[in-house]
Design a protein around this ligand. Structure first.
Ligand SMILES: Nc1ncnc2c1ncn2[C@@H]1O[C@H](COP(=O)(O)OP(=O)(O)OP(=O)(O)O)[C@@H](O)[C@H]1O
Length: 633
């Protein structure tokens, strides 16, 4: 079977009359063939146009797609091909039990160019009608199946944390994995029950450290732990308590726990909790967050004892910037015995990974072994072998916490987690179908939170916030704006209007002023705290009844953290978001897609604001003068 036209050598035709008549016959035959082919092409084109008109549009579209089968029809025919074609037709006729279709008849007789009856459906062709070649394989275009997102098992099947705090309290005394000393401390601090996240995570961390701080059961490295639980659900105690319990029996003071937090205020808050529960144990806690000068922090890190430089801290709470400074400037921070690396607000910390703080910490952890601790020299994690497990080793375990932990495996991969285990209340609700459809990530909201939105215009926003405090008496209110300029202007306006104890909280203030402001707000001296997102994450102020998003946040994570400043520790709270007409649809959709039960509409009637309007107009004029004054200063 030839696939191509073969130019045969026909001999010296001019010299031989016999061969001349032979070549004439051949020429005639070829001319006939060409005519037949021309007619055939015209006929096929006519047929094709007819069927095109008859078919539904979708089918037509498919027809237009190039397919290899059709291409084979364009291959020029050789004489041999024609013969083979006749043979093939004959064979097919036999196969079909002698039944001859009209189409076969047409293709068999080149002279017959009558079109096939219109009502006769075209038969599926097993072989190309002209070449007679059987086309092997299926060259039709097939719809390719979509690649579905498949989450790693540890992400898709987390250990579930119950959402409802109030109905899932576990008494502190009941089969508690905590030592009596810490139990007593909890009772003294007014904590009589564990919240669900604590009931799940504390035993998991303690279990991995059953042999003390060294390698866990059977000599294996403990699994890293990730926790995704709502704002205010008690994540801080979920890591503070087990870390203290594991380390409290240590013999030598070395840095064994490092908690990294994104802001000074958060570091300060977590530092306080560590200090409170470490009281009465030999453990020493230190903060490296820029509250003191670098030199002062450096001096507090180590001391000379018996002629050897020794660490003076067991637990360090740090911000990434200051931590990196201490590692880079070799200020005496020794992380070679680090047992726990706690990353709070983990999703935010992953985003700040460009500072490469984590790789520096890892380098410091697995750096050259110190001469004094040859016995406990650690090796960088690699394949687990009998040899790698034989010496007593201090394993590093990472503990990640967030209310909005990312589910993006690529982002989590940057953390180099070891056989991670996820504890989550939110992720379990995501169905495989949702995951496959790449739906937006879903998070869990505190149960006691009621969310509202207030339709408004730009000019009415200041009046609304005044109405909330002066009329609705919703204070203390934590009010968020999207920029520090906006926070400052609103603060000035409220001050000028009068009758409200207000303060601002942003990077305009020094760390000292910020600390004082938060304290005063906590003490109830401030009714309205106007803040940027500096206070959106992690800050725990128990008395906040109401959060107002004066400017709607752009990202869902920010919304979750902002509204999470209320309704903490199983209590109830209100969150209001002021929405302009153009923002409404998109914002409400974003929040519901993220797992919120939905925002209720709260309309403030214009009459309710009427009585404040005159004073408000005056205030605006005063504000213009004050702002002008500030600019010229
Ligand atoms: N078992 C408990 N019993 C009573 N109060 C608790 C308990 N655990 C934590 N709390 C209190 O709940 C509040 C919120 O705790 P915490 O700050 O740890 O929440 P969080 O989950 O870290 O929140 P966020 O995600 O906003 O940082 C704190 O005031 C804390 O003292």
């Amino acid at each position: 079977m030839s696939l191509f036209v073969i130019n045969r050598y026909l001999g010296d035709e001019d010299d031989c009359p016999a061969s001349k008549s032979q070549s004439e016959a051949l020429l005639q035959k070829l001319q006939q063939k060409a005519e037949w082919k021309q007619r055939q092409t015209l006929k096929e084109r006519a047929q094709h146009e007819q069927t095109e008109q008859k078919r539904p549009p979708k089918r037509k579209q498919e027809e237009h797609q190039p397919c290899k089968k059709r291409k084979s029809e364009d291959v020029p025919l050789s004489e041999d091909d024609s013969e083979n074609h006749t043979e093939a037709v004959e064979l097919r006729k036999k196969d079909a039990g002698g039944k001859r279709t009209k189409r076969e008849e047409v293709s068999e007789d080149p002279a017959d160019d009558a079109p096939a009856p219109e009502d006769e459906p075209a038969e599926p062709e097993e072989s190309s009608p002209h070449t007679g070649f059987t086309v092997l394989g299926d060259f039709e275009n097939k719809p390719s199946s979509k690649v579905h997102r498949v989450l790693p098992q540890w992400l898709s099947q987390p250990d579930v944390i119950r959402r409802d705090i109030k109905n899932n309290l576990l008494p502190v005394g009941d089969e508690s994995p905590l030592c009596p000393q810490l139990q007593k401390k909890l009772q003294d601090n007014g904590v009589h029950h564990f919240f669900p996240v604590q009931a799940e995570v504390i035993p998991a961390i303690l279990q991995a450290a059953q042999n003390g701080a060294l390698l866990g059961r059977g000599g294996f490295r403990p699994r890293d732990i990730c926790v995704s639980a709502p704002t205010g659900s008690g994540k801080t105690l979920a890591f503070v308590l087990p870390v203290i319990q594991v380390l409290m029996t240590r013999m030598v003071c070395e840095v064994r726990a490092l908690a990294v937090l994104p802001t000074k205020e958060l570091a300060q808050q977590v530092y306080k909790v560590f200090v409170s529960y470490a009281e009465g144990t030999p453990l020493r806690v230190l903060m490296l967050a820029g509250q003191k000068s670098f030199a002062a922090e450096q001096a507090s890190l180590s001391e000379i004892r018996g002629g050897v430089r020794r660490s003076t801290a067991d637990i360090i709470v740090a911000t990434p910037g200051r931590l990196v400074d201490h590692i880079n400037k070799n200020s005496g921070l020794n992380l070679q015995q680090l047992r726990f690396l706690i990353i709070d607000e983990a999703d935010r910390m992953i985003d700040s990974m460009h500072q490469s703080w984590l790789s520096l910490v890892m380098k410091a952890v697995y750096g050259a072994g110190s001469e004094t601790n040859k016995l406990l020299e650690r090796t960088e994690p690699a394949c687990i072998t009998a040899a790698s497990l034989s010496p007593p080793q201090m394993p590093l375990q990472k503990l990640l916490f967030s209310a909005t932990l990312t589910q993006n495996p690529e982002k989590l991969q940057q953390l180099g987690l070891h056989q991670p285990r996820l504890f989550s209340s939110a992720h379990s609700s995501e169905s495989p179908a949702d995951a496959a459809a790449l739906k937006p990530e879903r998070f869990d909201f505190p149960q006691g939170l009621t969310e509202y939105y207030v339709p408004c215009t730009l000019s009415k926003k200041p009046l609304l916030i005044l109405h909330f405090i002066l009329r609705m008496k919703l204070h203390p209110i934590l009010c968020f704006t999207n920029s520090r300029e906006s926070a400052h202007r609103l603060y000035l306006l409220v001050q000028l209007f009068g009758g409200v104890q207000a303060a601002e909280f942003s990077s305009r203030l020094s760390p000292k002023e910020r600390k004082r402001t938060l304290k005063e707000f906590e003490q109830g001296k401030i009714q309205l705290l106007i803040s940027t997102d500096a206070a959106a994450r992690g800050i725990d102020i128990p008395g906040v009844k109401c959060v107002v998003n004066y400017d709607a946040p752009q990202y869902i994570r920010m919304y979750i953290h902002r509204v999470g400043r209320t309704a903490r520790a199983g209590k109830s709270g209100l969150a209001f978001t002021f929405l302009l007409g153009v923002q409404e649809k998109k914002f409400l959709q974003m929040v519901v897609e993220a797992g919120s039960p939905g925002l209720q509409k709260q309309i403030v009637k214009p009459e309710s604001l009427k009585s404040m309007e005159e004073r408000y107009e005056e205030t605006l004029q005063e504000l213009a003068a004050v702002v002008k004054n500030e600019k010229t200063r």
